[in-house]
Each structure stands twice: as structure tokens, then as C-alpha cells.
Design a protein around this ligand. Structure first.
Ligand SMILES: Nc1ncnc2c1ncn2[C@@H]1O[C@H](COP(=O)(O)OP(=O)(O)OP(=O)(O)O)[C@@H](O)[C@H]1O
Ligand SMILES: CC(=O)N[C@H]1[C@@H]2OC[C@@H](O2)[C@@H](O)[C@@H]1O[C@H](C)C(=O)O
Length: 357
């Protein structure tokens, strides 16, 4: 899994039992080199010769994915692995235009590893009229649903998404707004750091009410699910435009504090408005490590027990990667991977393309 934070590759070796229950065997995190991160970020905007540049970046990604796979395979023979589920790196996500694009040369990854690869999980759902995202809710339902407790799972990566798991067994899920994306971008600009460790910088500032209000007016937040978001909706250019329109001097540290509050607020508003009787919220994704963010989520949802998926036995860092291992297994079993109640697709679909070993 390489997600919208553009931080690197989360790789897991997983065994998935006959009922679909996952068991995490090994994990490996491979950060992107700074140069690749910068190239991928640049490819999110139009530029000259971008088809060539994207194809070259896809090859680089395949080589890094292969390196991550090799690191997992120290103690297991490659031929005992059925498949690699490879999400790829999202460069564009435009369901309204009928497409989404995740790059990462799956053919090259199959060639380099000698293992079958399942890739391009989102396109079929979009072809069927869906958002193509989020896809993890089906896995959350499989692995984390409780028959008597109304749970919500929040994945806080670059973008934040939630999965609502009421006790009647229905599942809803959508992207609530920014996760770490704006926080990462703002601290990068001001100190060069890739992220605000534990939210310490944000915690040392004060929320600016005018900026918070302006951010809360983002049209994405007013849309009803099904909905999904990406860097198209939440990015530094948009933040700069909001700041210029306010025309006030706001200290960078207070902007960071306000971005953290905006991230927590957009997520918690979605939980309060759409997940009525929810009792428990389990957070996963890198945002689970941001203690200042976790504190604000706790404070904004006083009626829920807020913790991380570690309390359910799944380390929050690996839920998403496990989900794509599970989705790859669904594909190999000719079983659907999408939930039409989440993505809005016309029906269940078998997702992904298979590149045989
Ligand atoms: N100790 C920490 N303190 C604050 N933030 C953290 C910490 N550790 C990780 N993060 C944040 O988590 C991000 C990575 O999260 P994650 O791996 O879930 O993202 P992702 O794979 O891009 O997810 P998605 O696909 O859901 O967007 C980092 O960019 C950083 O912002
Ligand atoms: C297009 C795309 O890559 N979307 C990601 C992104 O990151 C979080 C959120 O936005 C979610 O919609 C999705 O990823 C997760 C893994 C998903 O599909 O469930």
C-alpha cells in the first residue's frame, strides 16, 4: 500500500483463512526517497511530458515495491505466496470524469518478484458508476464488525475516511476530508519536516476561529455520501487561496493548529451527523500516532469510546495494507471487493486486474 500521504510503502505478509479472517505474519515499511516523493507530488499537477514522467515513476515504484516484497520474504519461499495486492500510487482521482489513476508498473513487479500481482482495484467500481473509493470498508466489515456494538472505523491517512458498522450489518463509508495531507504540507513548507511528529507543532499554536470557519466552508464537506476525495480537493494551493481571501496575518504555528482542528472537526462532524448511535470509534492509519489529533477527536466525541484498532488486535499502521491483501484474495476468488452501499456503484464487482506469476 502506498497512500495519498506520499510517505512510502506499507508492506505486509498476510495469511488469509478460509473465512477471510486475516493473520499478519510480517511487516515492512519502506519510506520513499525524498526525490521520488517530490516527483510524485509534482505529477499531481499538469506538466510537460507528464505521460513519460509518470511511466518512469511507475517503473521506479515497481522496483521499490519489489524491494519491500523481498524484505518480507526472508523466511518464506516466494512460491508459497499466492499474490501481491498492489494498490499503486494515486496521481489523479476523478470519479466525476469517469476515471482514477494509480501508477506502479504491475507487470514489472510480477516480473521482478516472480509472484502474481493484483492491481488497479478502483477502476472497475468507477466503470460501474461508483466512486472507486473508499475500498477498505468491506475489509473493516469483514475483520472488525461487532454483532452487538455499533462501531466506526476511521482511517487517517493523507485523506481521512470512515466506515460505519451499525449492528444491523449494513455498512456505510466515505472520505470525510483531509487526514494528514494539509498538516504535512504546511509543516514541510515551514520547517522542511515531512510531518508534525505527535502533532507537537500544532499543539503549540492556537486555533484561529476565522480560518477554521473558512476551511469548514469547503464545498466537499457539504456533499452527501457516497463521496471520495484526494489532493484535487485538499491541497496547499487551496489553503493559500483561503488564507489570501481572509487577508489577515496568522502565524504559521496557528495555521497548523487550525489545520489540526479542521481535520478533527470534519471527521467528528461526519461521525456525529451520519453514524447516529455509534458507541466506539477505532482509528487506524498514520494519524493514530498524532497524539494531539487523537486528543481533539476524543474531546469532540465525548459520547464515544475513542481508541485505535490496536485494541481490536490489528496494529493501526497495517490495517490498510492488510485490506489490499484481502482485496487481492477477493479478486483471486472471483469475489466482489466493493460495497455498493459505500461507493455508489450499480452493484458488486470483482475488482482489479491480475498479472500472473
Ligand atoms: N508520530 C506521528 N505523529 C504525527 N503524524 C504521524 C506520525 N506517524 C505518522 N504520521 C502521519 O501519518 C502519515 C502516514 O499515514 P498513512 O501511512 O496512513 O498514510 P497513507 O498510506 O498515505 O494513507 P491513505 O492511503 O489512507 O491516504 C504521515 O504522512 C504523517 O502525516
Ligand atoms: C483515490 C484514492 O487513492 N483514495 C484513497 C485516499 O486515501 C484515503 C481515502 O482517500 C480513501 O478514499 C482511499 O484509500 C483507502 C485505502 C480506501 O480506498 O479505502
Amino acid at each position: 500500500m502506498s497512500g495519498t500521504s506520499l510517505d512510502g510503502i506499507d508492506a505486509v505478509l498476510a495469511e488469509i483463512g478460509p473465512t477471510g479472517q486475516p493473520r499478519l505474519l510480517h511487516t515492512h515499511y519502506l519510506p520513499y526517497p525524498d526525490s521520488l516523493r517530490a516527483q510524485l507530488l509534482a505529477l499531481h499537477a499538469p506538466q510537460a511530458d507528464e505521460i513519460h514522467l509518470a511511466a518512469c515513476a511507475a517503473n521506479k515504484l515497481a522496483r521499490l515495491y519489489a524491494e519491500a516484497v523481498r524484505a518480507l520474504l526472508d523466511e518464506i519461499a516466494p512460491d508459497s505466496v499466492r499474490a501481491i495486492g498492489c494498490h499503486g500510487q494515486t496521481l489523479r482521482h476523478r470519479p466525476a470524469d469517469g476515471y482514477t489513476l494509480q501508477i506502479g508498473n504491475a507487470a514489472l513487479l510480477a516480473e521482478l518478484t516472480g509472484i502474481a500481482v493484483v492491481a488497479d482495484f478502483r477502476s472497475r467500481d468507477i466503470a460501474a458508476g461508483g466512486q472507486g473509493a473508499p475500498l477498505v470498508p468491506a475489509f473493516h466489515a469483514q475483520a472488525l464488525q461487532h454483532p452487538a456494538i455499533h462501531r466506526v472505523i476511521a482511517n487517517i491517512g493523507g485523506i481521512a475516511n470512515i466506515t460505519d458498522l451499525p449492528v444491523d450489518g449494513t455498512v456505510h463509508g466515505w472520505d470525510t476530508g483531509p487526514g494528514n495531507m494539509l498538516l504535512d504540507a504546511w509543516i514541510k513548507r515551514h520547517s522542511g519536516a515531512n510531518y508534525d511528529r505527535d502533532g507537537a507543532w500544532a499543539a503549540s499554536g492556537s486555533v484561529h476561529p476565522g480560518l477554521l470557519q473558512a476551511l469548514a466552508n469547503h464545498p466537499y464537506l457539504k456533499l452527501s455520501p457516497p463521496k471520495s476525495a484526494g489532493r484535487e480537493q485538499f491541497n496547499l494551493d487551496g489553503l493559500d487561496a483561503t488564507l489570501s481571501a481572509l487577508n489577515q496575518t496568522i502565524a504559521p504555528v496557528d495555521v497548523q493548529a487550525t489545520l489540526l482542528e479542521f481535520t478533527a472537526m470534519s471527521l467528528c462532524d461526519a461521525v456525529r451527523q451520519e453514524c447516529g448511535s455509534a458507541q466506539e470509534l477505532y482509528v487506524c492509519g498514520g494519524g493514530a500516532h498524532n497524539s494531539a489529533l487523537m486528543q481533539r477527536i476524543n474531546a469532540l466525541l465525548p459520547n464515544l469510546r475513542v481508541t485505535t484498532t490496536a485494541a481490536l488486535g490489528i496494529d493501526p499502521d497495517w490495517v490498510e495494507a492488510l485490506a489490499f491483501a484481502w482485496l487481492a484474495r477477493q479478486t483471486l476468488h472471483h469475489a466482489p471487493g466493493n460495497l455498493p452501499s459505500v461507493t455508489g456503484a450499480r452493484g458488486e464487482r470483482i475488482l482489479g486486474a491480475i498479472y500472473p506469476a
